[in-house]
Ligand binder design. Structure first.
Ligand SMILES: [Zn+2]
Length: 120
């Protein structure tokens, strides 16, 4: 989590304690070049230059969830349950966050970011 905003780090740590499933952080801060590579792969809608990702200023993380057999899972319901731990942690610590799975146009279950309205 090098370069990730301290408030977001605190939320991640507390969410790990609250979460019903283990999870790991797979992506934190990104350079414009790294973001652009994801865009070219179709993994992101943001090209990193004209449209920047929250990852580029350390205000977002991506995570991966381990299921009850300790295997990586991409099942949305697992991410939803872990998002509840993130939301509870955020509330306890008074750090407003947004979960990517709540987005309507592009659901991003493994993504959590600091709320833009409070962290620019
Ligand atoms: Zn992300």
């Amino acid at each position: 989590m090098l370069g990730v905003h301290d408030d977001l780090k605190r939320v991640v740590r507390r969410a790990l304690e609250l979460s019903p499933f283990d999870f790991g952080v797979t992506s934190g801060k990104r350079t414009a070049k790294e973001q652009n590579a994801l865009f070219k792969n179709g993994a992101s809608q943001l090209d990193g230059y004209s449209r920047k990702s929250r990852h580029q200023d350390g205000c977002a993380i991506d995570f991966v969830v381990y299921d009850e057999n300790n295997k990586v899972t991409w099942g949305f319901s697992y991410y939803e349950q872990v998002s509840w731990a993130f939301k509870q942690a955020a509330q306890e610590l008074n750090v407003p966050i947004v979960w990517g799975g709540d987005w309507v146009s592009f659901k991003d279950g493994p993504h959590v970011e600091l709320d833009k309205r409070f962290y620019s």
